[in-house]
Design a protein around this ligand. Structure first.
Ligand SMILES: Nc1nc2c(ncn2[C@@H]2O[C@H](COP(=O)(O)OP(=O)(O)OP(=O)(O)O)[C@@H](O)[C@H]2O)c(=O)[nH]1
Ligand SMILES: [Mg+2]
Length: 425
C-alpha cells in the first residue's frame, strides 16, 4: 500500500509540577523549603531511515505521544524526566503543523534527526524560590505543557528520474520493462492513480530510481485530471523523462503534447525547468510513428530525443545510459524554504511573544492570548502566594495599565482563563 499523506496528532510530554514542601528535621531550625523541581516532559523526534518507503506505520498509530515529566517531590527530589520518543520515517518525509500551516520538518537524509515537538519544561519547586527576603516561599511552578498540534505527514517521492507525459503514452509500460515494478498498464486514460517506483539496474551494479507518475493534462497545475497533488512528486526528481506517444493514437499532435506538458510544469513550479529533461519518443513500433518523429525533430532541437518502443523493448539501452549519466551529474533538488513556510519549532519562540489581548464581554473584562495562558497554566493558583505572583506578572506585562486605559472601574470583574477576580486600584 502506498501511503503518502496522513494526519496525526502530536503530543510531547508535559513538564512535571514543582513541589511545595518544607524540611522537618530535628536540628534544622524552622526547616527550609525543600520542594523539588518537576521533570521535563519527553520530546518527539523523527529520524530519517533509508529503506522505509511508506508512511503506512502511521495508519495504526494516529497519535504520537511522549511521556510526561513526573512531579517534583519533597526533600528536594526532582521529578523524573519523561522519556524522549524517536520515530523512524522514510527519507522524503515532510511534517506540517496544520494548526499554524507551517512546515516543521523536511527530512532528506539517512539518520537526520529532527525535533517534532518539544516536551514542556518542569516547574520549579519552592526550594528555588527562597531568597533573603522570603525564606519560606509557598509557591511552586507548574510544568509547561508539551508542544502539541495536528500534523500532516507527507511523503515526497525521492526518485532520481520522474516520467511525465499525457495519459496512455506508455509511462507505466516503460517502468515495467526497465525495472521490477509491476504497475497497472491499460489502454485507458489515468490507469496510474498513484506514482510507482522502480529501480533501474545497469549491469547489476549502478542503479537509479525511476518514478512513473499519473498522466498530466492541460490545466493539471490548477487541479484538472489527477492534478496538482502529483506534480509535487516531481519537485525533487533530478531528471525529467518526458514520454511522448509518437503514434498519435489519441489524435493529438506529439509536438502539441510536448508544449502542453512543459507549460503545466512551468505553471506549477518554475524551477522544474532547470532540471535536465530528455524525451522518450515512444510507440515507435507503430507504422505512423516515424513520420511524426521526423516532424517532431524539426520543431524540437534543444532537447535530446530517444526513439523507443516500450512494447518491443527497442532503443532502451541508449536511453537508460543517458538517464544514468544525467543522474550522476545533476545535484539533488531540495525543497526550497522561505521564512514564510519554514520555521523550526521551539518552545522558546512562543515564550518571546509578550502579547495579550483585552476585551469586554458583557460586564466582564476578559484577558486572553497564548502567552497569558501559558503563564497562567504555569503558576499554581491553589495558593494565595501563587495568585499574588500572578497578579504581579500581570502588572509587569502592562495588563493593568491597558485595563485602566480602556476604562476599567473599581469593582468590575476581570477574567483570565477560569480565574475571576474583582478589580481594585
Ligand atoms: N504500440 C505500443 N503500445 C504501447 C507502447 N507502450 C505502451 N503501449 C500501450 O499504451 C497503453 C497505455 O500504456 P500505459 O503504460 O498504461 O500508459 P501510461 O502512460 O502509464 O498511462 P496513464 O497511467 O493512464 O497515465 C497500453 O495499452 C500499452 O500497452 C509501445 O511502445 N507501443
Ligand atoms: Mg500509467
Amino acid at each position: 500500500m502506498f501511503v503518502d499523506k496522513i494526519k496525526v496528532k502530536i503530543k510531547a510530554g508535559d513538564g512535571g509540577n514543582g513541589a511545595i514542601s518544607f524540611r522537618r528535621e530535628k536540628y534544622v531550625d524552622k526547616g527550609g523549603p525543600s520542594g523539588g523541581d518537576g521533570g521535563d516532559g519527553g520530546s518527539i523526534y523523527f529520524v530519517g531511515k533509508s529503506g522505509l518507503t511508506t508512511l503506512v506505520d502511521f495508519r495504526y498509530n494516529r497519535t504520537i505521544k511522549a511521556a510526561n515529566g513526573e512531579n517534583g517531590q519533597k526533600s528536594n527530589c526532582f521529578g523524573k524526566k519523561g522519556e524522549d520518543v524517536y520515530i523512524n520515517v522514510p527519507i522524503g518525509t515532510v511534517v506540517k503543523n496544520i494548526d499554524t500551516n507551517r512546515i516543521v520538518a523536511d527530512i532528506t537524509k539517512d539518520g537526520e534527526t529532527v525535533l517534532i515537538a518539544k516536551g514542556g519544561k518542569g516547574g520549579k519547586g519552592n526550594a528555588k524560590f527562597a531568597n533573603s527576603r522570603n525564606q519560606v516561599p509557598r509557591i511552586a511552578e507548574n510544568g509547561d505543557a508539551g508542544e502539541n498540534y495536528n500534523a500532516l505527514i507527507e511523503l515526497k517521492l525521492l526518485a532520481d528520474v520522474g516520467m511525465v507525459g499525457f495519459p496512455s503514452v506508455g509511462k507505466s509500460t516503460l517502468l515495467s520493462v526497465l525495472t521490477n515494478a509491476k504497475p497497472e498498464i491499460a489502454d485507458y486514460h489515468f490507469t496510474t492513480l498513484k506514482p510507482n517506483l522502480g529501480i533501474v539496474s545497469i549491469d547489476g551494479e549502478f542503479d537509479f530510481v525511476l518514478a512513473d507518475l499519473p498522466g498530466l493534462i492541460k490545466g493539471a497545475h490548477e487541479g484538472k485530471g489527477l492534478g496538482i497533488s502529483f506534480l509535487k512528486h516531481i519537485e525533487r526528481c533530478r531528471v525529467i523523462l518526458h514520454v511522448i506517444d509518437m503514434s498519435s493514437r489519441d489524435q493529438r499532435d506529439p509536438y502539441e503534447d510536448y508544449l502542453t506538458i512543459n507549460e503545466e510544469l512551468r505553471s506549477y513550479n518554475v524551477d522544474l525547468e532547470k532540471r535536465p529533461m530528455i524525451i522518450a519518443a515512444n510507440k515507435m513500433d507503430e507504422d505512423v510513428s516515424q513520420l511524426f518523429l521526423e516532424e517532431f525533430r524539426k520543431k524540437v532541437s534543444d532537447v535530446e530525443i530517444f526513439p523507443i518502443s516500450a512494447l518491443t523493448r527497442e532503443g532502451l539501452e541508449p536511453l537508460v545510459k543517458k538517464l544514468y549519466e544525467l543522474v550522476q551529474t545533476t545535484p539533488e533538488f531540495p525543497l526550497e524554504f522561505n521564512e514564510e513556510n519554514f520555521r523550526e519549532y521551539t518552545l522558546e519562540d512562543k515564550q518571546d511573544t509578550s502579547e495579550f489581548f483585552v476585551k469586554k464581554d458583557n460586564d466582564v473584562w476578559v484577558i486572553y492570548g497564548e502567552n497569558i495562558t501559558r503563564i497562567f497554566n504555569k503558576i499554581n493558583m491553589s495558593s494565595d502566594a501563587g495568585v499574588l505572583r500572578f497578579l504581579k506578572v500581570m502588572r509587569g506585562l502592562g495588563i493593568e495599565d491597558e485595563l485602566r486605559k480602556q476604562g476599567i472601574k473599581e469593582g468590575e470583574t476581570v477574567r483570565i482563563e477560569d480565574l475571576e477576580f474583582v478589580y481594585y486600584e
